[in-house]
Design a protein around this ligand. Structure first.
Ligand code: SF4
Ligand code: SF4
Length: 193
């Protein structure tokens, strides 16, 4: 027997969670209609860094799945790059939603992925600083060496290579020098703080 999900009832029952996300992020997740454009454009999701896609996170918030959302790795590995926001037809700033969810998880001491997230962010930024844009193959290797999650890469590499999503060589980029300069400026500003 299949269970019927009453979406309006779920939102009524769990409206408190959506309201808190709204108050903290300023974003109304109810507007999301699951087009999936955010996930399609998310580099972190596309290099298999997330356990739940960004559009599914939006849906889980709509459904009031607080415990489940706050336990995801996704909220910690989102780098708030705003690519998804630029693509969202509903003008939802998903990075700000992720920020709010991280604060909530921290308040509830649900930090199981926080250490991995720091490693992930550092590796991600180093990769961009070196190549000017994401070079997925080296990113995957560097992250695996840093976190020791060797089985992650072994599991995903064959399918990813077959799909052509893991090029062996970095793509050339016109303005990589400027990206390096931006990164160096950020490091200098952080050192001055
Ligand atoms: S802000 Fe987060 S969810 Fe959005 S594209 Fe960037 S990493 Fe992905
Ligand atoms: S792009 Fe916007 S509307 Fe589409 S699934 Fe993502 S959050 Fe929802």
């Amino acid at each position: 027997m299949s269970a019927t999900v009453n979406l309006s009832q779920l939102q009524k029952d769990h409206g408190d969670f959506i309201e808190r996300v709204y108050k903290m992020s300023g974003q109304d997740v109810r507007k999301c209609y699951q087009c999936g454009k955010c996930s399609a454009g998310c580099a972190v999701h596309n290099c298999h860094g997330m356990d739940v896609s960004p559009n599914r996170i939006m849906r889980m918030v709509q459904l009031g799945m607080e415990e489940e959302v706050l336990k995801t790795k996704t909220i910690w590995v989102c780098v708030v790059c705003s690519t998804c926001t630029a693509r969202c037809p509903r003008d939802i700033d998903i990075g700000r939603v992720m920020d709010a969810l991280r604060i909530m998880a921290k308040e509830r001491n649900m930090m199981q992925y926080a250490k991995n997230a720091t490693d992930f962010h550092q590796t991600f930024v180093n990769n961009i600083a070196t190549f000017g844009r994401m070079y997925e193959a080296l990113f995957a290797v560097a992250l695996t060496l840093k976190t020791g999650f060797i089985f992650n890469i072994v599991d995903i590499a064959p399918a990813t290579l077959l799909k052509g999503n893991l090029p062996f060589f970095p793509a050339s980029m016109k303005n990589s020098r400027q990206v390096k300069e931006i990164m160096e400026n950020i490091k200098r500003m952080e050192g001055e703080q």
